[in-house]
Design a protein around this ligand. Structure first.
Ligand code: G4P
Length: 191
């Protein structure tokens, strides 16, 4: 997605050779016009699938997820990271380990909002090790619903998540793929 690549080149800040800071348009300040285009792009890439819900995880997944949901006119659910006050019987719970933050979060989704007849598209802002995406997929599976696919705004292809998700059989669509962040430079995967 050229618009997104241009934005990464213009505003992305490389931190070490593992982390890309994009807090001017995705992780802190958000660019609504870019999010709108991201929503449209995801809808095109998953065209023909009968998506009934979008699922993401708070907080930075919410913007691209809601714009995709708006394009499709379906609800968007974000998994919560904090422990909900609701009774455990009413929620789907999965553990997600963050390598970046070195902590395990319990992510939760209310059973009210996901059912066995749903076709769910998972959306997230970054794909690194795939922990968040796998955790979200396990929540969908707990509900008995179907994972249509996984849409990622920025994939760090040099980390294992993308390969692991594809090996697990998920249809993965990443809008930009980063091959390397070495030498303070963003290198995209050639397509
Ligand atoms: P994984 O889910 O693919 O295994 O990734 P990981 O645990 O490493 O990521 C943990 C958090 O760090 C996630 O955000 C993820 O989006 C973010 N992250 C991972 N790599 C990068 C990167 O290179 N740049 C930026 N900016 N973020 C990265 P989170 O904890 O869910 O935070 P938020 O959604 O509340 O912002």
């Amino acid at each position: 997605m050229k618009l997104l690549k241009d934005k990464v080149m213009a505003e992305g800040i490389v931190l070490g050779d593992q982390v890309l800071k994009v807090d001017s348009f995705l992780n802190h300040q958000m660019d609504p016009n870019l999010m709108k285009e991201i929503g449209r792009e995801f809808v095109q890439r998953f065209e023909g699938q009968k998506i009934t819900k979008i699922l993401t995880i708070e907080s930075s997944g919410i913007a691209p997820a809601i714009m995709t949901a708006l394009e499709l006119n379906v609800p968007m659910i974000f998994a919560r990271k904090n422990k909900s006050l609701t009774l455990k019987n009413d929620i789907f719970v999965e553990k997600v380990y963050s390598f970046t933050k070195r902590e395990t979060n319990e992510i939760t989704v209310s059973k009210k909002f996901m059912h066995s007849n749903d076709n769910v598209l998972i959306i997230d802002d970054f794909l690194a090790n795939g922990e968040a995406a796998f955790g979200l997929a396990r929540i969908v599976q707990q509900s008995g619903a179907n994972v249509v696919g996984i849409g990622i705004v920025i994939e760090k292809s040099f980390q294992p998540g993308a390969k692991l998700l594809q090996e697990a059989g998920f249809k993965l669509e990443s809008l930009v793929k980063i091959a390397s962040l070495e030498n303070n430079t963003v290198t995209f995967v050639e397509e």
